[in-house]
Design a protein around this ligand. Structure first.
Ligand code: IDP
Ligand code: MG
Length: 154
């Protein structure tokens, strides 16, 4: 059973548009377990690391400014193959091209404010969880629904 942890950030547009519950609810209903959850005030140095792969893009400064407009909600989810499952739930980067039924397709209309960030690989998930959460902010616990959600692990 390939249990993974993945980092999700709900961006300032999610907070401003009162979509925190809607977004978190979609992950909850899927069966992803919340093992860390908090508001985070992002700093420029955190964003320089987090968006390092975009440093040479013309929109780099504006995306960092956008991400600092309000606190973001940071969540660490746990589940079988959670990284890929979450990327499927959020949809592709451009909300207008994302598959219907995904968070970005259903709730957003433009690329910078596409509501959520989610880790895209095992390597990035490990680094990103560590970037935003201390060990003591992450929890391990049993839920009575685990047997239904995890089943035999397939
Ligand atoms: P992802 O969030 O789907 O993984 P990335 O390519 O990692 O997409 O880009 C990170 C974030 O940067 C996107 O979610 C989006 O908010 C922003 N972004 C990506 N491309 C553009 C662009 O062309 N213009 C403005 N913002 C962009
Ligand atoms: Mg990305």
């Amino acid at each position: 059973m390939n249990v993974q942890r993945s980092l999700v950030l709900i961006k300032p547009d999610g907070l401003q548009r009162d979509l925190l519950g809607e977004v978190i609810g979609r992950f909850e209903r899927k069966g992803l377990k919340i093992v860390g959850l908090k508001l985070i005030r992002l700093t420029e140095s955190m964003l320089d690391e987090h968006y390092a792969h975009l440093a040479d893009k013309p929109f780099f400064a504006s995306i960092k400014e956008f991400m600092m407009q309000t606190p973001v909600v940071g969540i660490v989810f746990e589940g079988i193959d959670a990284i890929e499952a979450i990327r499927k739930l959020i949809g592709s980067t451009n909300p207008r091209q994302a598959d219907a039924g995904t968070i970005r397709a259903d709730l957003a209309m433009n690329v910078p404010s596409n509501l959520v960030h989610a880790s895209d690989s095992v390597e990035n998930a490990t680094v990103e969880v560590k970037r935003f959460f201390k060990d003591e902010e992450l929890f391990q616990y049993e839920k009575i629904t685990d047997r239904y959600v995890f089943g035999e692990g397939v």
